[in-house]
Design a protein around this ligand. Structure first.
Ligand code: ADP
Ligand code: MG
Length: 116
């Protein structure tokens, strides 16, 4: 359990999982993992898809940004801008680790719920 807005975090996860599936070939793999790290929970969405060139990575969270080389897929390029906004509202950040043709990971942390 974490301290967070359930609706907003659900929206962020939906966008990230949708991307992972959309940008991964049918026989690829999408993994969602949660790891407790001290007082925080690290959430990791990893795929084995086409990846994102390093030069494009700083811009994928901008509105309407879609990476050309990922062969334009359906969408408006708004999903990650919404995810970024949701992270800001939770005072947290999201990190992308990706290599073309190897896949992508999107990682963020939320404060773990502490039982008194
Ligand atoms: N898991 C991923 N694998 C590869 N590329 C991705 C992934 N997630 C996002 N991208 C790239 O970042 C761009 C922005 O993502 P997003 O804002 O969700 O827009 P879209 O509407 O295209 O899904 C995508 O168009 C794609 O180029
Ligand atoms: Mg999207």
């Amino acid at each position: 359990m974490v301290y967070a807005d359930i609706g907003l975090v659900e929206r962020a996860l939906q966008n990230l999982i949708e991307n992972a599936i959309k940008y991964t070939e049918p026989k690829g793999k999408v993994t969602l993992s949660l790891i407790k790290m001290g007082k925080q929970i690290e959430i990791n969405i990893t795929d084995t898809g086409n990846g994102i060139p390093v030069s494009d990575q700083p811009f994928i969270f901008d509105r309407y940004k879609q990476v050309d080389s990922t062969t334009k897929k359906q969408g408006l390029g708004l999903g990650l801008a919404i995810v970024k906004k949701i992270m800001d509202l939770h005072d947290t950040t999201i990190v992308v680790l990706s290599k073309p043709y190897e896949g992508s990971s999107f990682i963020f942390k939320l404060p773990a719920y502490q039982l008194q």
